[in-house]
Design a protein. Structure first.
Length: 590
């Protein structure tokens, strides 16, 4: 059958064979629309019936055609992988380093507990290549002396202690070079590029869910060129992160003891935590402003979905590098850490990684506080995705805004948002498809996206280069019009950063005014929560609301009610604490 150009629906005694050219057409079509075997087969059956070829049975094509298409796609992907393997073997004969030192997955302990705490400073500029090598050697020497967290996995301590130190890569791995040749390819050796850096972004999408099935999952089916991290590897990171936070409470060393309070609590002096340039109060404000920073926030029901979201790591050219399925209700940091650890495994030891993330300030804070990715912190910088930057506190923007950070250029960190928009057609399909079928289709879409964008990279570079030239010209003219030297402007900017990121003093004046402002703020929070509860109730009682939206609304309603109750109690307490003058002032303002 295959020699005749037909592909069977079964390996033994097939009852249907489909022309290979037709299967290839459908494969290419389903890369551009949401896969829908039912609609395709019904249209084909209707068309054949109109031509006088009536097929017996109520649904004569769907199952058999879907089987033929599934295994044809699998064969096509395996053949493509085989061809790439042959090409890589030939390439290794020309560039021996191409196939050397293939990275292997390392445990979270390896990625977090190899460096000496005294040596690492995330804000120290990287030294020369020789200095980096010396630092790497010192880290290697300290590896054997690192102590494992007892609560993580005591039974595997001996195995982890014997985990060998990998040889440093001379260039990015073949995996990364195949993902983005602009970022990671084009050099016989990577030494000429080591003075530069790679810019990546990460983000999650909580619309790419998968409905939890009552029975077992469909048979495992893994794409030969998969983007997804293994589920067990991500679980290791979750266990490690949870164990570190539970076993190593680290209060701020500059925190002062609480003093006696009167009607209104006097807050401790603000401070900058070790290794950070933004005060604690500012980071706390960013934490409360973004739901992504709240890992306990229910953004996807684990009762109705076994995959609550999708997270991806992309390069600055919007090409996906890795992806991961999220199984928790909130946006846990262990997913981001697992993606970054995979990236570091595939890079030379002296390449700087510049990360853009919606809550980059909070991830940086966690890495410093809990020691996550400690061996890589000296060559890692954090910034905020540009469209989310204005939701952060102003001192946070001064330090983490990509336009105010060296090395990010015009990268905006919103490549993941553009990726999720391109994959939005798979939202409905991904919820009802089989667990592994969904992942396979997402892998196919991601590979197709990379193939398509590869041919547009030249146009992309030309457009970006023109934009850079225009902005450089405008900036040069603006500097010329100011009439000040660059040294003076840099000194003024440094002074502004120091002044506006200075920790706030303890509140000791205008306590009454502060109390009134606090009551007004809490009232606004109460009104917002009341409105949210009313909105969720309307969703639940609306008969036209889909079942899954009703289920999600019921879960969020319980959380919203609890938050509203706490806010109301806090508001009542604050209002009782007001004096007569403050109450008059409150009535005047409200």
């Amino acid at each position: 059958l295959v020699r005749s150009g037909l592909f069977p629906c079964a390996p033994v005694f097939p009852s249907l064979a489909v022309e290979i050219r037709l299967l290839d057409f459908v494969r290419r079509l389903f890369l551009r629309i949401a896969p829908n075997h039912t609609a395709w087969c019904q249209a084909a059956t209707d068309f054949l019936g109109a031509q006088g070829y009536r097929l017996p049975g109520e649904d004569p094509l769907r199952r058999r055609f879907a089987n033929a298409l599934q295994w044809f796609v699998t064969l096509h992907d395996q053949a493509s992988t085989k061809i790439n393997s042959i090409l890589n073997t030939a390439r290794a004969q020309i560039i021996p380093s191409s196939m050397a030192n293939i990275p292997a997955k390392r445990s979270p302990l390896f990625h977090c507990e190899r460096a000496n705490v005294a040596e690492y400073n995330p804000w120290t500029n990287r030294a020369s290549n020789s200095g980096s090598a010396d630092s790497s050697n010192r880290e290697d020497a300290n590896t054997s002396g690192c102590k494992r967290a007892r609560s993580f996995d005591e039974s595997d301590d001996d195995d982890d202690a014997r985990e060998s130190e990998p040889r440093s890569l001379s260039r990015p791995s073949e995996y990364l070079r195949s993902r983005c040749p602009l970022c990671f390819g084009g050099y016989s050796t990577y030494q000429n590029f080591c003075s530069e850096s790679v810019v990546v972004c990460v983000d999650a999408c909580f619309t790419q869910k998968h409905n939890a099935g009552k029975g077992s999952r469909d048979p495992p089916r893994v794409h030969p060129n998969t983007f997804f991290l293994p589920e067990d590897y991500v679980k290791e990171w979750k266990v490690y992160v949870d164990s570190q936070r539970a076993s190593k409470p680290q209060p701020s060393p500059t925190k002062r003891p609480k003093k006696s309070t009167n009607v209104i609590e006097k807050e401790d002096d603000d401070c900058c935590e070790d290794g950070l340039r933004v005060p604690k109060s500012v980071l706390d404000g960013c934490l409360s402003s973004f739901t992504a920073a709240d890992e306990a926030r229910v953004k996807g029901s684990t009762q109705f979905f076994d995959v609550t979201a999708q997270m991806a790591l992309l390069c600055r050219h919007d090409r996906p590098l890795w992806a991961v399925n999220m199984h928790t209700a909130g946006e846990g940091q262990h997913y981001t850490l697992a993606l970054l650890a995979s990236l570091f495994e595939h890079l030379p030891s002296d390449v700087i990684v510049r990360l853009l993330y919606d809550i980059g300030c909070q991830l940086h804070r966690s890495c410093v506080k809990w020691g996550f990715l400690k061996p890589y912190m000296s060559r890692t910088t954090f910034a905020i995705s540009i469209f989310h930057a204005f939701g952060h506190q102003w001192p946070c923007q001064i330090v983490y805004h990509p336009r105010k950070c060296i090395g990010y250029g015009l990268s905006d960190g919103e490549g993941a948002e553009r990726l999720w928009h391109a994959l939005s057609r798979l939202i409905a399909y991904g919820r009802v498809a089989g667990y592994y079928v969904r992942i396979y289709n997402l892998d196919s879409q991601l590979n197709f996206s990379n193939e398509e964008s590869l041919f547009r990279l030249g146009i992309w570079l030309r457009r970006k280069w023109g934009s850079c030239e225009e902005k450089l010209k405008e900036a040069t003219e603006s500097l010329r019009d100011l009439g000040e030297t660059e040294d003076i402007l840099r000194a003024q900017w440094t002074a502004q950063v120091q002044a506006q990121t200075k920790p706030l003093p303890r509140r000791s004046k205008n306590l009454g005014k502060s109390a009134v402002e606090e009551v007004i703020r809490i009232r606004k929070s109460r009104d917002m929560l009341t409105e949210k509860v009313s909105h969720l109730r309307e969703i639940i009682i609306n008969p036209s609301t889909p079942t899954w939206d009703v289920a999600t609304a019921e879960l969020e309603l319980q959380t919203a009610k609890e938050s509203l109750s706490k806010v109301q109690a806090k508001l009542a307490s604050k209002e009782r604490a007001l004096g007569e003058r403050q109450r008059v002032q409150l009535r005047t303002l409200v």
